[in-house]
Design a protein around this ligand. Structure first.
Ligand SMILES: O=P(O)(O)OC[C@H]1O[C@](O)(CO)[C@@H](O)[C@@H]1O
Ligand SMILES: [Mn+2]
Length: 439
């Protein structure tokens, strides 16, 4: 097989990768510092003077990190011993060894964008865990809860819609069921517009009822493989398999996670699946990504709502977890910088777990970057080729575009988009359902 193309990187001045490292990353660090500041009295109340000292320490480590980034310093190894520290440091060494000839060292604006961006979030985590007793503080928690509360109206609308649908689901014919499936897939797609790292942690929520906008948003779906997903799951259902397992590799908490829960609930209620396995992050990641705490917090919030149908959803979802129909997993691989084509070597246990699924849904942009290795692929090379050997089970990326990377387009499609909207790759305005697997 031909060598895959070069990685996206901050070396390309003016590229989205470059601008992310130059502008968005320092803003995210500044916001994290600010959040710690604002919680000073809370740390004091909880831990006394030790809490205030810890806050100072975490802030000084984050300021140092911001300075390293802004002055394009070498990427240094992690120091605090954790389950993933050796793997991180080995990966950094590996990158160093690739550069031996040229006398370079891995640096913020020089190394692959995927590596340095993941590294920044891993260093934020390091700064916090090096600062006990505030070492389990999530610097992004506030932004995540805010995005959820600001989307309340949409959440209520979706929960009400779902409850009504589930009540009459037995009466739907094949075609109606398929239409509902497509609707909820699209809700989950557009839910991905609301991530917080693109807006550098600024509010990003869903204020209008997205159900009413689906028709208008259709033209913005650039690759639409929803039919394949329907064929796959409805055939599983017809063959009366004892277990139909769908894996959802989660992205953002807040509104997007609600849309994923709505889809998961529908999959079970319609018997298109009978087990949903969710994969989340084990540390705070890319501002808004879902950790186990966010996962449980959200179910709790939905359950405690005053709104009848919203709270019914929360009760049902909590029960799905209790009964093992919904299973949450975390694995350190999701917060390593590796592309997914190396998962079978680096995390064979996770790969084996994913192989048990009949379908894997990968939510969001970062998952797409890792699926395709965050490389400068041509716009029309097949998705299968860009996956570079990563085929644990039939899979589908559900993603709005927020990075200069897209494969599997029709010849001429990218050129047309470029002419009509030069920002098409990076604003989250366009989306895809891109499937790879047997047809
Ligand atoms: O939450 P998502 O959809 O993975 O998006 C995160 C995206 O935000 C950005 O970090 C913006 O900086 C992209 O680089 C990244 O791919
Ligand atoms: Mn995200």
């Amino acid at each position: 097989m031909a060598k895959p193309p070069a990685s996206l990187s901050g070396q390309d001045v003016g590229s989205f990768a470059y601008l992310t490292i130059k502008d968005r990353a320092p803003q995210i660090l500044t916001k994290a510092i600010d959040t710690l500041h604002r919680h000073k009295s809370e740390f004091f109340e909880k831990y006394g003077e030790a809490g205030v000292e810890a806050e100072k320490k975490a802030i000084s480590l984050l300021s140092k990190l911001r300075n390293e980034l802004q002055t394009d310093k070498p990427i240094i190894p992690l120091v605090e011993k954790c389950v993933d520290t050796d793997m991180w440091n080995q990966y950094l060494e590996h990158h160093q060894s690739l550069l031996k000839e040229s006398d370079e060292t891995p640096r913020w604006f020089y190394s692959p964008w995927l590596l340095v961006e993941c590294y920044m979030y891993r260093r934020i985590h390091e700064a916090v865990i090096q600062s006990p007793p505030i070492d389990d503080f999530d610097v992004f928690k506030e932004s995540k809860t805010q995005s959820f509360f600001e989307s309340q109206e949409s959440v209520i609308a979706l929960c009400t819609y779902l409850q009504e649908l589930v009540r009459t689901i037995e009466d739907l014919d094949e075609n109606q069921l398929k239409n509902e499936f497509f609707k909820l897939l699209q809700i989950s797609l557009w839910g991905n517009k609301c991530d917080l790292s693109l807006s550098a942690g600024e509010a990003s929520s869903q204020k209008t009822n997205v159900l009413n906008s689906l028709q208008d948003l259709k033209p913005f779906i650039l690759v639409n493989d929803m039919e394949h997903l329907w064929s796959l799951l409805s055939n599983c259902k017809k063959s009366e398999k004892t277990s139909i397992r769908v894996a959802i590799v989660l992205d953002n908490s807040g509104f997007e996670l609600v849309t994923d829960f709505i889809l998961a609930d529908f999959l079970l209620s319609s018997k298109l699946a009978n087990e949903i396995h969710f994969y989340g992050k084990s540390i705070p990641w890319f501002v808004s990504d879902t950790t186990v705490r966010d996962f449980n917090w959200l179910i709790d919030q939905v359950k405690c709502s005053n709104h009848k149908w919203m709270s019914k959803c929360g009760v049902d979802w909590e029960n799905d977890v209790k009964m093992g129909r919904w299973v949450y997993h975390d694995h350190i691989f999701w917060t390593l910088p590796h592309e997914y084509c190396v998962m079978s070597q680096v995390a064979p246990d996770l790969y084996a777990e994913l192989q048990k699924a009949h379908l894997i849904l990968f939510k969001g942009d970062l998952n797409y970057r890792k699926l395709t290795g965050d490389r400068k692929w041509g716009f029309s090379i097949p998705f299968h080729e860009a996956l570079n050997g990563f085929h644990p089970a039939p899979l589908c990326s559900i993603r709005t575009l927020k990075a200069e990377l897209q494969v599997g387009l029709q010849p001429g499609q990218a050129e047309q988009l470029m002419a009509s909207d030069p920002t098409w790759l990076t604003t989250g305005k366009y989306g895809i359902f891109q499937y790879d697997g047997p047809l």
